[in-house]
Write a protein that binds this ligand. Structure first.
Ligand code: IMP
Length: 432
């Protein structure tokens, strides 16, 4: 089963990093294929906490090759500081490879992101303000700066000049910002290029060679289906495609190289930023309990995440969008002690119509309310459970209900933040 894609199935922060880290044990290559440092992965290893924004979670495995694919947008300062942080903790980064075709986040992208959000006022998207949207916009407008450009001073200067020009108007309030000076930016980015040079590679070829040798390759998605630029809750989405199809584009492989797609979902739901969230618990004890027990604060921005019940209508939609072969349910332990557990099984439109499918129309989704199936809760803590049989029967019933509704088997269940706090169901890990 060489090509395995791991994607988020909700609004991000499902715990994909931990799952990738776990599956990376059996893979030779781990590839990030979209997004940028808007993502944040926290991995706890032997009691030590690691936070990543750009580097694939597989970096903690000595000898594995980790790739930042062409579909990722890279803030070089963030990447270099992550590399520095890892080196200080004696983690080897020698096997990190960065696609020469990946696009760079430039200082003006960050300024434009902030300016754009401020202009929108009440209509703002709630972005992470890391320059992600403006960077992808420049990529599409063919004004982007790619990693390979950092290695050629003449080209770099020309391209930055061309990219800066059309932004003058919107960046007028920032005119005196030194980070907008052509010479200063060029010099800084040349220096970044110099430092990154040992890692820059033709990463698509690395993927082909690894797959051709029959090695396992894990494609690690960031964000999630409902933040997908095309299929998510537009415009409250990110500017890339966090769905499985994008693994091909963002890594440079064909659909035939993908053998399985695994979706990760929390046992409840969270969202950061603005946008519709039909199962949100606003100002309720249950929502606060999820926030506190689940430590639901953003890895990237520290923002409090909005919490709510697991939305099976949305999860089934994500499963179909991704051709999902298996589900991983994380943070089931957070739900211990809830009297009952709710699962959204349909929506009701503001006009009273029953909606069995995720509505494609923004207006309908914004005003839809979720209707629930209510199952008994489990009182006992489950953080020590390692086998399916050790889980309380109410927890097993909860999982079974999800599987049946979504039509996708659950293979792994997270019962705590550590690597070993995992329960395998059915066939378990694809590599066991
Ligand atoms: P952007 O990706 O910074 O442009 O933000 C667009 C939307 O995606 C905002 O609602 C962000 O909160 C959300 N978002 C981006 N990255 C993540 C993530 O890794 N986890 C959860 N939400 C994210």
């Amino acid at each position: 089963m060489p090509g395995l894609v791991i994607v988020g199935s909700q609004w991000g922060d499902e715990g994909k990093g931990k799952i990738t880290d776990l599956l990376a044990d059996h893979a030779q290559l781990i590839v990030r294929f979209q997004g940028g440092n808007n993502a944040g992965h926290t991995i706890v290893r032997d009691g030590e906490e690691f936070k990543f924004h750009l580097i694939p979670s597989g970096i903690l495995h000595p000898g594995k090759t980790c790739v930042i694919g062409n579909g990722v947008v890279i803030d070089p300062e963030v990447l270099l500081s992550e590399l520095e942080g890892l080196k200080k903790r004696q983690v080897s980064v020698a096997n990190l490879r960065v696609s020469a075709n990946a696009h760079m986040i430039m200082p003006y992208h960050v300024l434009l992101d902030t300016a754009g959000e401020s202009h929108l006022g009440k209509l703002s998207i709630g972005t992470t303000r890391r320059g992600i949207g403006p960077c992808y916009a420049d990529k599409s407008a063919r004004l982007g700066i790619r990693v390979q450009d950092l290695l050629d001073e003449k080209i770099l200067r020309k391209k930055i000049m061309a990219a800066l020009e059309p932004k003058r108007l919107s960046l007028r309030p920032y005119e005196k910002d030194p980070s907008l000076d052509l010479h200063t930016i060029t010099e800084r980015y040349l220096e970044f290029g110099h430092q990154l040079e040992p890692h820059i590679a033709d990463t698509a070829r690395l993927c082909w060679e690894s797959l051709d040798r029959g090695e396992n390759v894990v494609f690690e998605g960031a964000q999630a289906a409902l933040l997908d630029l095309d299929h998510g809750t537009y415009p409250f989405v990110t500017s890339s495609n966090p769905t499985a199809g994008a693994a091909c584009i963002g890594a440079g492989v064909g659909p035939g190289d993908i053998d399985e797609v695994w979706g990760v979902a929390k046992a409840y739901a969270t969202r950061v930023g603005m946008g519709p969230f039909p199962t949100e618990l606003v100002d309720t004890d249950e929502g606060r309990r999820m926030l506190e027990r689940g430590h639901e604060y953003g890895t990237t921005t520290g923002r409090e995440r909005r919490c709510g019940w697991l939305d099976l209508v949305a999860l089934r939609y994500a499963a179909r969008l991704n051709s999902m072969d298996a589900l991983v349910i994380t943070k089931l332990d957070v739900l211990a002690g809830f009297k009952s557990l709710k699962l959204a099984v349909r929506y009701r439109s503001s006009e009273g119509a029953v909606l069995d499918h995720f509505p494609y129309h923004q207006t309908i989704l914004h005003s839809a309310t979720a209707e629930y199936e209510e199952l008994p809760g489990f009182g006992e803590e489950i953080t020590e459970c390692r086998d399916e049989e050790e889980l309380p029967s109410a927890a097993r019933d909860f999982l079974r209900f999800i599987e049946e509704f979504v039509g996708v088997p659950i293979r792994l269940v997270g019962v705590g933040p550590s690597r070993d706090q995992i329960v395998e169901l059915g066939e378990g890990s694809p590599y066991s």
